[in-house]
Design a protein around this ligand. Structure first.
Ligand SMILES: [Zn+2]
Ligand SMILES: [Zn+2]
Length: 245
């Protein structure tokens, strides 16, 4: 019954979008894009990057600091912009919870620009954070996969960086991290939720893990741990923004 209701909502949304043209989420003016070129240019990207674990030490590209590296697997996390930018929080909300798939383009552009600004090291492969099949069915698309695909095509001109899908997978369904406020509980919720199916595909590879938003970072850190345990050489993450809980 719940699912039927959701389908109904999706169909209604589609009809509304077709009948009424889009207005930009920033300036509210009519546009053919959800974030118009003008508003996209106005979004300020991060000027500095910090260690993703302690969030105190400034590092050139968001690399993990020396003392946090001892206990964590991730090599760094590039945070592109701030969740405090109103247009970003709105866009992410529309993208994930109102199923506006087309928002992947402007959001990917933000990620691409930040990667260039910070001269992000080109990975061998890109892996989007996987969704559990239930969640995928509910949303209809994996938001991280769309972002990853754009980055794969555009990070380096004339050469596509391969996207590795269906190798890092979610073993079981976990409550959405958004609903859990406590850091320890988030960690517990996500622990051992992922697995790597074919280790040979990631062995000695430099991996870029793509997610939309990080909060505590538990999901990214857990994926980095599994990937490293499975033989990955480096695991760097990239997210649009970090949302404080
Ligand atoms: Zn606008
Ligand atoms: Zn640190």
């Amino acid at each position: 019954m719940k699912r039927l209701l959701r389908y109904k909502q999706k169909i209604e949304k589609f009809i509304l979008d077709t009948l009424f043209p889009i207005t930009c989420l920033g300036c509210q003016k009519q546009s053919d894009q959800w974030i118009c070129e003008h508003c996209l240019k106005k979004i300020s990207l991060k000027k500095d990057q910090i260690c993703p674990i302690c969030e105190k030490i400034i590092t050139p590209k968001g690399e993990i600091c020396f003392s946090c590296h001892k206990k964590n697997s991730i090599d760094g996390l590039l945070v592109c912009t701030s969740y405090k930018e109103k247009i970003i929080s709105r866009a992410v909300g529309y993208f994930k919870y109102r199923f506006v798939k087309r928002l992947s383009i402007p959001l990917s552009k933000i990620m691409l620009e930040a990667s260039r600004n910070f001269d992000l090291r080109l990975p061998d492969i890109i892996i989007p954070i996987p969704l559990h099949p239930h969640r995928l069915r509910w949303r209809g698309f994996n938001q991280s996969q769309l972002l990853a695909q754009y980055l794969g095509k555009n990070l380096t001109p004339g050469f596509d960086i391969p996207i590795l899908e269906n190798n890092l997978i979610r073993k079981y369904y976990t409550s959405p991290q958004m609903k859990i406020k406590n850091y320890k509980e988030r960690q517990r919720n996500i622990q051992n939720a992922f697995t790597v199916l074919q280790k040979e595909n990631i062995k000695n590879k430099n991996i870029l893990l793509v997610d939309d938003i990080a909060t505590t970072g538990s999901t990214l850190f857990e994926c980095a741990k599994i990937l490293k345990q499975s033989g990955a050489k480096k695991v760097f993450g990239i997210v649009i923004a970090r949302q404080k809980v």
